[in-house]
Design a protein around this ligand. Sequence first.
Ligand code: IMP
Length: 180
Amino acid sequence: MKKDIKEVIVTEKQIKDLCVKLGKQITLDYKDKENPILLGLLKGCIPFMSDLMKYIDLPVEVEFMDVKSYHGGISSSGDIKIRMDINTSVYNRDIIICEDIVDTGKTLDTVVRLLRHRGAKSVEVVTLLDKPEGRLIPFTPKYIGITIPKVFVVGYGLDYNEFYRNLPYVGILKESVYDK
Ligand code: IMP
């Protein structure tokens, strides 16, 4: 896998530090809320959410949704499908959505609207990576690990055609991998 990476842009050490920082901030902000739900968007959230939650020093419920926006390839299709819904009611609950990356903003905009429509008390987003230059609709996550340029990245949950998710860092994929 490593031979397909052009450049590592977020190292393991940086990721750990970002998780500690975000976890502390969320702990402070939610200390007076009642059992927030940490809602991971599968599958990209897996490494980030499992690291981040260790640094949230509060009783949180952990839930998942599987929302698909990319159908292979390297650009967002804009077509969002809910493949697995959350298993519990969000009515009157504080929700923190945990995402690997925000690009066009369409996935999160859709999920946030849906949760609000279902009566969530509050809905905020924590993302490890933000690609603001990729936005097609306005969307500002409350908690951002690090802002990156408009490049296609893989690793630490992020995939290209379902591979590279298990790299421990985030790296730019060589164009030769998808220009074949
Ligand atoms: P959005 O709806 O365009 O904001 O897309 C968010 C989703 O697109 C993320 O959860 C990822 O699954 C995927 N995505 C966006 N940018 C990248 C990238 O650079 N590499 C891998 N997946 C990405």
